[in-house]
Design a protein around this ligand. Sequence first.
Ligand code: GLN
Length: 489
Amino acid sequence: MHDKTLAELSQGLADKAFSSVELTEHFLKRINDLDGNYNSFITITEEQAVAQAKAADEQLAKGNTQALTGVPIAHKDIFCTEGVKTSCGSKMLDNFVPPYNATVIEKFNAAGAISLGKTNMDEFAMGSSNETSFYGSVKNPWNTSCVPGGSSGGSAAAVAARLAPAATGTDTGGSIRQPAALCGITGLKPTYGRVSRYGMIAFASSLDQGGPMTQTAEDAALLLNVMAGFDAKDSTSSDTAVADYIATLNDDLSGLTIGLPKEYFGEGLDPAIEASVQAAIKEYEQLGASVKEISLPNTDLAVPCYYVIAPSEASANLSRFDGVRYGYRCEDPKDLHDLYTRTREEGFGEEVKRRILVGTYALSAGFYDAYYKKAQQIRRLIKNDFVEAFKEVDVIMGPTVPNTAFGIGEKSNDPVAMYLEDIYTISTNLAGLPGMSIPAGFANGKPAGLQLTGNYFAEAKLLNIAHRFQQATDWHKQLPATIADQVEG
Ligand code: GLN
């Protein structure tokens, strides 16, 4: 069953080919048997999953079904789940059991989806390799000595290893798209404000956005249909009407203009990735699209701009972890000051501390104008580059990441090398635009991702563009050899 897409599993449930309990138990067994190889889950919610599956089977029997009724998925451990530990990959929240659900979780519950558990991630979503997790590195199913990307690396690895048919992720600077690319799956970061951030533990609030991580664009559309929409509990949530993301998947692509930013094909791009991207563009030309070279002149400012804004917001957001309200508290504090400092010293990992220090510095009196304000001005220039580009093209394409999955440990002592992982993804977040990564072949035997960036709220168009490619190619169907061996046919 695990070789099927979410759409196929949904059909199988409707056709009564299997029950939700059978399906859920099948995936739980896979997680229990195989996740020792990948470390993609932090928490497995076995009992809750089976109870939800029983309830879903009752609904299915009555014919009260929605597309996701009875379908199991996994959630990044950044979404608060009532009664289920939500760690955000940190020792600081290792003991945190939220009293409420994130809106995204509520929506999946209302849609009848089953939650298999919570997936591993970089601590507080800071990272590009999953190596900053308190729960240890996640291993890439295509090569277990390599990272899966991050920060949603557990979700990406779980889907790639078919331990879950689909999963949720979040993307602040690339954390859905980069691990999707490195693990050979499909990932969508929606427009800022499209998916509620309520109950999604905050990293950099003006950049964070939740989205689907799936095998196919069709599956991403199924998840986004549930996740998207206005939420009064999130003040930055958008009330723009939500499309039916399934309805336009098959629209014709003739007349589509693809913009290729010359800045995305320069120095530092692995030639094998470039070749995969060029081959994908050729495929799009076959499908009726035309290609235009464009320029996003401020691209090289995106990483430095992000590494002022994101740590600044993080330093403010993470001030709540003080040992008083919830989460980790140090042993035997001498006084209040000792409680604060030791709790934070012991509870946060190195990368999180680095970000808090950078952010606090950038926001401090005397430096604010030189760093934070300047970064906000650059952010506007980056956004304007996209606004100009979308006057001429319908979608922007390029590589998702300049390289394929790298070795565990290879970049962990070099934060700047790690930060450059997101060189093509970060500007999308700074501009608040939707972006996707889809499998586009292999480079050096590892998956290569094609990035699609769309105009504001153009998720339906992006999914359509991705779906048509997946109808014409089978890169998204390729499985790591060890996983392919497990397919019973
Ligand atoms: N890799 C980037 C960072 O470390 C992006 C992370 C993310 O999108 N959550 O901040």
